[in-house]
Design a protein around this ligand. Structure first.
Ligand code: NIG
Ligand code: FE
Length: 389
C-alpha cells in the first residue's frame, strides 16, 4: 500500500469541529495518506516517521478536504449559449429551456455523452471537486433516462434519478400519464443505477402533490429523496422536502419564515446554488438568514447548460461570501462538509483517520483566499483516493 506524508502544511482544514472552530483548523500540520484513506492528521512535529513514506512538502500552503459538489446535471447534449446571451439583454430565465436540452440529449449518442461526461469530470477534479453528484433529467423517456443514469454511474456513485425534471413536450396534454411513467416504468429502469430520487417542485414543473408521488415511488424502490424547491418563487418544495425526510432541498431562493423554521427543526440540508442567481441575474438566496436560524447550509454548482453553466466550487464560495452574507469559514465548510451532509456521506468532506484521502492543496496560505481572490486558479494539487491528479 502506498503511503504519503504531506507535511509543512501552513493551515489544515479538517472539518473535525472543536469548540469555537467548526472547521477544526490546525497550523503547521501534516496528513498521512495510506492507500485511498487518511491514516493520520495532526501537528507536523508529531508526524509518523518511516523510511518507506513518500513525503510532500506543502511549503506552508493551505490543505483542505476536496470539494463535495452535491448538485450537478452534467450529463446532457448541446448547450444554450444563445439563451444565456438573450438573458443578458433582458429575456428572463424560464424552466421551459430544459426541453431544448432534452432534444439535444436525446439526439446525442452514448459515445458523445460519455466523452462529455469525462470532460466534465476532468474539469471538476481540476478545480478541486473530489465528490460530485450527477442527475438524469434531460432524457425524459424510459430509455433515455436509463442511459443517462447508466452513463452517470460510470463517473460517480452519487447518481440521482430526475425523470421529474419537466413534463416533456409530447406529454404536455397528458401530464398525469407522464407522472405515472416517472413513478413506474421509468423508475424501474433507472433505480438500479441510482442512489437518489429528485423532483423539480416548482410552478411550471411539478405540483407539490405530483412531487410527493414521485418521491414516495422512488423511496419505495430504495432511493433516497432530495428536492429542487423554491427556486423561481415561493412554494411548497421546502416543506415537502422536510416532510419526506429529504437529505437536501436545493435552491431555497424564495423562503417564508415557516420554510426557514421547518428547515431549522429538520435534518434536511438547505443547498444553495449561487451560480444560478449569478447566471440568471436573480436575487441570491439569503444564506445569513438560514445560518442564523440554525439551518445546515451546503453550497453546490448546479452545473447545467441552462441556469448555471459552471463547475467551479471556488466560484460558489466567492459568491456565497461576497453576495450572500456567509463568512469564508462558513462557505468553505458548506462546500465540503455541508455537501457531504447533503449526500449523507461521512467518509468525505473531512480529514480524519478512515476518511477518503480526497484533498486539495491551495496555492495560498489560507482557505480565505478562495473568496479573497475570486477567479484565480488557486488549486495547486488534488489527491483523489490518495493519488495526486
Ligand atoms: O437546477 N431547476 C431545475 N433544473 C435546473 C435547470 C435546468 C436547465 O435550465 O436546463 C436547475 O437550475
Ligand atoms: Fe438543479
Amino acid at each position: 500500500m502506498t503511503a504519503t506524508l504531506i507535511t509543512n502544511i501552513g493551515e489544515l482544514t479538517t472539518n473535525v469541529a472543536r469548540p469555537g472552530d467548526a472547521l477544526g483548523t490546525l497550523h503547521e500540520a501534516a496528513v498521512l495518506l495510506e492507500g485511498d484513506r487518511i491514516a493520520w492528521a495532526g501537528a507536523a512535529s508529531d508526524a509518523p516517521h518511516a523510511d518507506a513514506l513518500g513525503t510532500v512538502d506543502a511549503g506552508g500552503r493551505a490543505v483542505m478536504p476536496g470539494f463535495v459538489d452535491s448538485h450537478t446535471h452534467v450529463v446532457f447534449g448541446g448547450d444554450r449559449a444563445d439563451e444565456f446571451e438573450a438573458r443578458m439583454t433582458g429575456t428572463p430565465y424560464a424552466a421551459g429551456g430544459i426541453r431544448r436540452t432534452v432534444a439535444a440529449t436525446r439526439a446525442a449518442s452514448d459515445e458523445e455523452l460519455r466523452r462529455r461526461l469525462k470532460g466534465f469530470t476532468r474539469e471538476l477534479h481540476a478545480q478541486g471537486t473530489t465528490t460530485f453528484e450527477v442527475k438524469t433529467g434531460y432524457g425524459l423517456t424510459v430509455d433515455d433516462e436509463a442511459r443517462l443514469a447508466r452513463l452517470a454511474a460510470e463517473v460517480t456513485p452519487e447518481v440521482t434519478y430526475l425523470g421529474a425534471h419537466v413534463v416533456p413536450a409530447e406529454y404536455s396534454e397528458r401530464r398525469d400519464e407522464y407522472v405515472d411513467l416517472v413513478c413506474d416504468e421509468m423508475l424501474r429502469a433507472c433505480a438500479p443505477h441510482a442512489r437518489w430520487v429528485d423532483v423539480f417542485c416548482e410552478r411550471g414543473a411539478f405540483t407539490p402533490e405530483e412531487s410527493r408521488r414521485v418521491l414516495a415511488a422512488g423511496m419505495a424502490h430504495g432511493l433516497l429523496p432530495r428536492v429542487h424547491g423554491n427556486q423561481l418563487g415561493p412554494g411548497e418544495g421546502v416543506r415537502l422536502a422536510v416532510a419526506m425526510g429529504a437529505a437536501s432541498v436545493d435552491h431555497c431562493t424564495y423562503l417564508s419564515d415557516d420554510d426557514v423554521a421547518a428547515l431549522a427543526g429538520s435534518s434536511t440540508v438547505a443547498t444553495l446554488l449561487p451560480g444560478v442567481e449569478f447566471s440568471t441575474r436573480q436575487p441570491y438566496p439569503d444564506a445569513r438568514r438560514l445560518l442564523d436560524a440554525g439551518v445546515t447550509v451546503a453550497l453546490a454548482s448546479d452545473c447545467n447548460p441552462g441556469s448555471s453553466f459552471t463547475s467551479s466550487m471556488p466560484l460558489m464560495i466567492a459568491l456565497a461570501v461576497r453576495e450572500m452574507g456567509m463568512t469564508p469559514a462558513e462557505a468553505v465548510w458548506a462546500a465540503t462538509a455541508g455537501g457531504a451532509q447533503a449526500l449523507r456521506r461521512t467518509d468525505v468532506g473531512v480529514v480524519r483517520p478512515g476518511a477518503r484521502a480526497d484533498l486539495v492543496m491551495l496555492d495560498a496560505p489560507t482557505r480565505v483566499h478562495l473568496a479573497y481572490r475570486p477567479g484565480v486558479p488557486l488549486v495547486h494539487t488534488v489527491w483523489l483516493g490518495g493519488t495526486p491528479l
